[in-house]
Design a protein around this ligand. Structure first.
Ligand code: NAP
Length: 371
């Protein structure tokens, strides 16, 4: 009897609700019987809820696909750590958080489901008899979710210096988020390590609180855009020091008390007393989860096919910093997300995912886990 309920009833149920002439049918049907899962289907799963993921969510939602954005551990992505954003076309002087709140709202209005869940595993299951495939995602509650197409938009994580003391004092003087931690350094001296836009941004975030802010650049030039560097002239307590590398972060056992540095031209060593060290030395793409599924470049980025967001695996698309080692702007991440969703929707349609199929699959759609 148990067998009947578990295997035969779903079989009949599936035969009724799924169409036999498209890729959502036989294989999916077989899969769902085998797993006894009844409400775990996602036609378009977007992994990551930053600029790229939410833009993909808007387009997936607008295409009337049941689109789920798995927001992950950093909902809103890097932009929520940015104070004033002024280089997204058409958006003038809003905070990163305001922009991401508006983007989330827009994605929801178009029907995307934004879930506070993290995907920790992805597997591809292919049928024996043909090339039909399904992606099996596992979330942080160990639930299995069956997706027909995926957009990877997991962004990148702040790089570290890999010097002694960095891990020991991370959270107690060492930080990658100036917007989060700036108030902790009222009246104290801090250093920002790095010479890109992020370093300038962080310096401007900390300067209103700190006594002195030093931007420590390892070469003889800033990599940040000249317009960004110009803004620093508004802050009298910010200075830039070139040709210096951090060799150690020093503390008293509880908090940071300073950094050891070396001049790369003279090799002279020095100690700089500071209470805070903000790291702004770039980011590494978050691609660890996908290395067995798709091609990843030597420097860790997802490799895309020509001018699309398609990876080497049909049905998997990528957008934003996870696949872009070159531009890495919120605006370009938006564009990537849009293209990835359009590519994914086209793929689903080409595989027979029609409005009719969507309607009939609806009772099986994944709506989020009950925590
Ligand atoms: P980035 O442009 O790659 O700059 C990284 C900086 O860190 C460079 O100055 C680099 O020095 C330095 N660096 C790397 N490893 C280091 C190490 N071990 N020790 C010391 N210094 C090290 O990265 P980003 O500033 O994070 O910016 C990433 C992207 O986001 C860029 O495209 C940027 O335009 C964008 N962004 C824009 C804004 C904005 O417009 N408001 C804000 C933030 C970021 P070298 O130059 O010597 O390699």
């Amino acid at each position: 009897m148990n067998f009947y309920i578990k295997k035969i009833v779903p079989l009949i149920f599936c035969n009724f609700i799924l169409y036999a002439n498209d890729f959502t049918s036989k294989y999916l049907e077989k899969k769902l019987q085998a797993t006894d899962e009844t409400k775990s289907l996602v036609p378009l799963a977007i992994i990551g809820g930053g600029s790229a993921g939410l833009a993909a969510g808007i387009y997936g939602g607008r295409a009337n696909m049941h689109t789920v954005v798995f927001m992950g551990t950093h909902p809103g992505g890097q932009l929520v750590e940015t104070s004033i954003v002024e280089n997204i076309p058409g958006v003038s002087r809003k905070t990163g958080e305001e922009i991401m709140d508006l983007t989330k709202q827009q994605a929801k209005e178009f029907g995307a489901l934004l879930l506070d869940e993290t995907i920790k595993k992805i597997e591809i299951e292919t049928s024996d008899d043909d090339d039909k495939q399904i992606f099996v995602l596992t979330n942080d509650a160990d639930e299995k979710i069956y997706a027909l197409a995926i957009v990877i938009a997991t962004g990148s994580s702040p790089r570290k210096l890999n010097v002694p003391g960095e891990d020991e004092y991370f959270g107690n003087g060492v930080s990658t988020c100036a917007l989060c931690d700036c108030v902790l350094y009222k009246g104290q001296d801090v250093v920002i390590v790095g010479g890109g836009d992020d370093a300038v941004e962080k310096a401007m975030q900390v300067a209103p609180y700190a006594k002195n802010v030093t931007i420590l650049v390892r070469s003889d030039r800033m990599r940040a855009a000249p317009k960004m560097c110009d803004k620093l002239s508004d802050y009298e307590n910010v200075k830039i020091v070139y040709n210096k590398k951090v060799t150690e972060i020093v503390g008293d056992g509880d908090c940071v008390t300073g950094i050891r540095i070396i001049d790369i031209l003279t090799l002279e060593e020095d100690f700089m007393p500071v209470a805070g060290v903000f790291l702004a030395v770039g980011h590494n793409p978050n691609t660890g989860l996908y290395k067995d599924l798709i091609d990843i470049s030597d420097d860790g980025y997802i490799i895309l096919q020509s001018r699309s967001q398609q990876t080497c695996t049909p049905g998997i698309y990528a957008a934003g910093d996870v696949a872009d080692g070159q531009y890495r702007q919120a605006g370009t991440a938006n564009g990537d997300g849009i293209k990835a969703a359009l590519d994914a929707v086209k793929y689903l349609r080409s595989k027979g995912f029609t409005e009719k199929v969507a309607r009939e699959m609806r009772p099986r759609y994944y709506k989020g886990m009950v925590r």
